[in-house]
Design a protein around this ligand. Structure first.
Ligand SMILES: Cc1cc2nc3c(=O)[nH]c(=O)nc-3n(C[C@H](O)[C@H](O)[C@H](O)COP(=O)(O)OP(=O)(O)OC[C@H]3O[C@@H](n4cnc5c(N)ncnc54)[C@H](O)[C@@H]3O)c2cc1C
Length: 185
């Protein structure tokens, strides 16, 4: 599996090619990666109950022996995986992160935050993710990749313009249509 491992950071790549030497350097030196020559040694290093760990790995390995397409506990596809039977073994600590949020507070076209009666709360503006980019209307319940940064920056521009206007500076911010408005529409 380590031969297939890729790390997204450019340090570990040479264009499209993966720098195996650097990936190996990471595997050898990261404080979040433990390496061992046996599964019980690995369990000790990551401080989990050895017998539970070994029996979980055994169940996983049995799924390969049975020719299963998915492992039984979580239903994960085994197509890209291999049995744990060739040392050295590695344990990698993962840190989940939230990439995007939809929702948050509702705003109007000036990015003023609205209360539960849809009335603007005086002096309160919001932009970006906390306001669902534009009151939650740009992405709705789902977003395509790349649809967050632009609306976040744009709604920041709108909120900033109108907040300054309320404080007595500038004309606010009204967007212009990016194509001619058709008559009658
Ligand atoms: C790994 C990753 C990849 C992504 N890739 C893409 C992509 O390719 N295209 C795309 O469109 N979107 C992408 N997104 C989503 C996009 O980055 C976010 O939706 C966008 O940056 C949100 O902007 P924002 O200004 O609302 O919030 P943020 O960028 O999170 O800004 C909030 C700021 O407030 C600061 N802050 C927090 N608390 C306080 C406080 N108490 N006082 C002062 N400051 C505070 C934070 O430090 C931060 O700088 C990605 C997100 C992640 C995590």
């Amino acid at each position: 599996m380590t031969a297939k491992m890729e790390v997204a950071d450019p340090y570990y790549r040479d264009g499209d090619k993966v720098r195996r030497d650097k990936v190996q350097e990471l595997l050898n030196s990261s404080p979040y990666i433990k390496k061992a020559d046996s599964l019980s040694e690995l369990a000790q290093k990551i401080e989990v109950d050895i017998s539970s760990f070994l029996s979980e790995v055994e169940k996983y390995n049995q799924a390969f022996d049975a020719g299963s397409e998915r492992e039984p506990a979580f239903g994960k596809s085994l197509k890209q995986s291999k049995k744990f039977d060739t040392p050295p073994y590695y344990a990698i600590q993962l840190f989940p992160l939230a990439r995007k949020n939809f929702g948050g507070v509702k705003t109007d076209l000036r990015c003023r935050v609205l209360d539960k009666y849809f009335e603007p709360i005086p002096g309160l503006y919001a932009a970006g993710e906390v306001a669902g980019m534009a009151g939650g209307h740009i992405n709705g319940k789902a977003g395509l990749e790349g649809t967050m940064l632009g609306p976040s920056i744009f709604s920041g521009r709108v909120a900033g313009g109108w907040a300054a206007h309320e404080a007595g500076f500038g004309p606010g911010f009204v967007g212009k249509p990016n194509r001619p408005v058709m008559r009658g529409l």
